[in-house]
Write a protein that binds this ligand. Structure first.
Ligand code: BES
Ligand code: MN
Ligand code: ZN
Length: 495
C-alpha cells in the first residue's frame, strides 16, 4: 500500500518523481503554483493562457520538468469550477493525478492541499490521501505473467507548511481507513472457489484479531441449534459448510448500547433451484460484498482504536442448486419463529439476513445497519453511482445519508411505507420471500423489516459494490470496498 508522509518543505523544493498541481477552471489566482511555474519558465501559465489546459474536472496533463525542479514530472490536474468543489472532487482529482504520475513511471509523488478551499484542512487532507492510496490498488494475485515491473506510487508526500500536525493526523487516519477498504476489496475480488464461507471467516478472524477485535465463527451445528431455519434453507444446497461470523469490539463506555453491523455474505449466488441465466453469473462472486464491508470496517475500527461498542454479523454461505437445495414453495422457519414461504430461491440474501437481524436483538442495539447486494432492481433504479437506503427510523436514515454525502459513498432513500408489506403477505406462511413485479428493492427491504425491532437502516449495495470499469479514479476494476468509508464516518461522528 502507498505510504504517505507530511513534509514542511515548500512544494517547489520537494524531491519526488512527480509533483501534482491542482488547478481550478478559469482560476485567476496562481499563488498555489507560482513558484513551480516560475522554475518551469512559465510553462503552466502559458498552457493556461493558450487554453491547452483549462482546469476542467479530472482533466490531466503530465509535463516534463527538464531538470528544473527536484522532480522529473509535473502533473496538472483539473478541479473543475471552484463553486462545485468538494472533498469528493479532491479525492477524485488526487486519484487521477496519482494514476497519471504512476503511468509516467513515478514511484514518489508530492502534492499540496494548502489554499485550495475553506473546507477544514483535516477533511481535505484525508480525502486527498484516500484518493492517492485507493487509486493505486490493484488485484494482481493471480496474474503470474507480465505483471512484475510496475509498482505504482509507493510514497506520497504532502507538502504542508501550516497545520502540519492536523494534516499528519488526518493522513494517518486515511491510511487506516484505506487498509480497511483494501481488505474489503481483497475479499470481494477473490474467486468463489477460493473465498468459501470457511475461508472468509478464517481470513476475517486472522486479520481482525491482530487489531484487537473479538471474532467467533459458528458452524452448521450452532446454526441449527439457534434454529436459523431461514439461513439454513439457503445453505443446505451447498457442499460448503455455512459459517456465521460474529465480530465484537466493545471499547466504548459500558453504558453505551452497541451499533450492530450486518453484512450479506453469499460467497456465490447461482440462484439455487431458481437458477440464474449463465451470462454474467461470474459476477455473483461479489455477493458477499456486504460482509466484506463489515469486516473491513471492523479492521479500520481496530486500527483507529475507536472508542465505540460495535458488533458485526456476517452469515456466510453459497447459494447452490442440487438434491439437497430448497425448492420454490418450501416453507421454512426463522429463528424468531416466523414462517417464510420461499417462492424464489434466488431471493436468498433476505433469507440469510433475516436470521442475522434476529440475532442482532441479543445485543439490545442502539441501531443496526445492514449492507447487502440484495436486488438487481436497485441497479435499474440507481445504477452504479448510488446505494439504496431503506429505514424504519428517519433520524438514523438522515445520519447515514449525511455520512454518504460526506464520504462520496452516496445513498438515496426509498420509501418503506406499510402498504408495501401487503406485497409480501403469503397465503400459507407469515411472509413470502418475493413480492410481485414492481418495487423489487422495496419489497426486499419490507421483508427484512419484519425481523427488526430496533432503529435500522438497510443499504442495498448491489449496484455500488463492484464495477467492471472504475466509476471513479479511486476505484479499480472489481470490488469497490463500498461501505467501509461510510460506516467509519458514521461511527466517528459519535452516533
Ligand atoms: N445477489 C442478487 C442481487 C444482485 C443482482 C446483485 C445483480 C448484483 C447484481 C440477489 O440474491 C438476487 O438474486 N435477487 C433477485 C431477487 C428476485 C428473485 C426477487 C433479483 O434481484 O433478481
Ligand atoms: Mn440471488
Ligand atoms: Zn444474492
Amino acid at each position: 500500500m502507498t505510504r504517505l508522509k507530511v513534509d514542511p518543505t515548500p512544494i517547489a523544493k520537494i524531491s519526488a518523481d512527480a509533483i501534482i498541481v491542482f488547478i481550478f477552471e478559469n482560476e485567476k489566482d496562481d499563488s498555489r503554483y507560482k513558484a513551480i511555474d516560475k522554475k518551469l519558465g512559465g510553462r503552466i501559465s502559458s498552457l493556461l493562457k493558450n487554453k491547452k489546459f483549462s482546469g476542467k474536472k479530472l482533466e490531466s496533463r503530465v509535463i516534463d520538468s527538464f531538470g528544473k525542479l527536484q522532480t522529473e514530472a509535473v502533473v496538472l490536474v483539473g478541479l473543475g469550477k471552484k463553486s462545485n468543489f468538494s472533498s469528493e472532487v479532491l479525492r477524485q482529482a488526487a486519484a487521477k493525478a496519482a494514476s497519471s504520475a504512476a503511468s509516467a513511471g513515478a514511484e514518489t509523488v508530492a502534492l499540496s492541499i494548502e489554499g485550495l478551499s475553506d473546507i477544514p484542512v483535516e477533511e481535505l487532507a484525508q480525502s486527498a490521501a484516500e484518493g492517492v492510496i485507493l487509486s493505486q490498488y490493484r488485484f494482481t494475485q493471480y496474474r503470474k505473467k507480465g505483471n512484475s515491473a510496475k509498482k505504482g506510487i509507493v510514497k506520497g508526500i504532502f507538502s504542508q507548511l501550516k497545520d502540519a500536525v492536523k494534516v499528519r493526523k488526518a493522513v494517518l487516519t486515511a491510511e487506516k481507513i484505506c487498509r480497511g477498504v483494501e481488505l474489503a476489496r481483497n475479499l470481494q475480488n477473490q474467486p468463489g472457489n477460493v473465498a468459501t464461507p470457511s475461508w472468509i471467516a478464517r481470513q476475517a478472524c486472522t486479520n481482525l484479531r491482530k487489531v484487537g477485535i473479538k471474532c467467533r465463527v459458528l458452524g452448521k451445528r450452532e446454526i441449527l441449534k439457534l434454529k436459523m431455519g431461514s439461513f439454513w434453507s439457503v445453505a443446505k444446497g451447498s457442499a460448503q459448510e455455512p459459517k456465521f461470523l460474529i465480530m465484537e469490539y466493545m471499547k466504548g463506555p459500558k453504558s453505551q448500547k452497541p451499533v450492530v453491523l450486518v453484512g450479506k455474505g453469499v460467497t456465490f449466488d447461482t440462484g439455487g433451484i431458481s437458477i440464474k441465466p449463465s451470462a454474467g453469473m461470474d459476477q455473483m462472486k461479489f455477493d458477499m460484498s456486504g460482509g466484506a464491508a463489515v469486516i473491513g470496517t471492523f479492521y479500520t475500527a481496530g486500527l483507529l482504536k475507536l472508542k465505540k461498542n460495535i458488533a458485526g454479523l456476517v452469515p456466510l454461505t453459497e447459494n447452490m442448486p442440487g438434491g439437497k437445495a430448497s425448492k420454490p414453495g418450501d416453507i421454512v422457519t426463522a429463528s424468531d419463529g416466523q414462517t417464510i414461504e420461499v417462492l424464489n430461491t434466488d431471493a436468498e440474501g433476505r433469507l440469510i439476513l433475516a436470521d442475522a437481524l434476529v440475532y442482532a436483538k441479543k445485543y439490545k442495539p442502539s441501531k443496526v445497519i445492514d449492507l447487502a447486494t440484495l436486488t438487481g432492481a436497485i441497479m435499474v433504479a440507481l445504477g452504479r453511482h448510488t446505494t439504496g437506503l431503506f429505514s424504519n427510523n428517519q433520524k438514523l436514515a438522515e445520519a447515514v445519508l449525511e455520512s454518504g454525502f460526506s464520504t462520496g459513498e452516496r445513498c438515496w432513500q426509498f420509501p418503506l411505507w406499510e402498504e408495501y408489506e401487503e406485497l409480501i403477505k403469503s397465503k400459507v406462511a407469515d411472509v413470502q420471500n418475493i413480492g410481485g413485479r414492481w418495487a423489487g428493492s422495496i419489497t426486499a427491504a419490507a421483508f427484512l423489516k419484519q425481523f427488526t425491532d430496533y432503529p435500522w437502516v438497510h443499504l442495498d449495495i448491489a449496484g455500488t459494490a463492484d464495477n467492471e470499469k472504475p466509476i471513479t479514479p479511486y476505484n479499480a476494476p472489481g470490488g469497490t470496498g463500498i461501505g467501509v468509508r461510510l460506516l467509519i464516518d458514521f461511527l466517528r461522528r459519535n452516533r
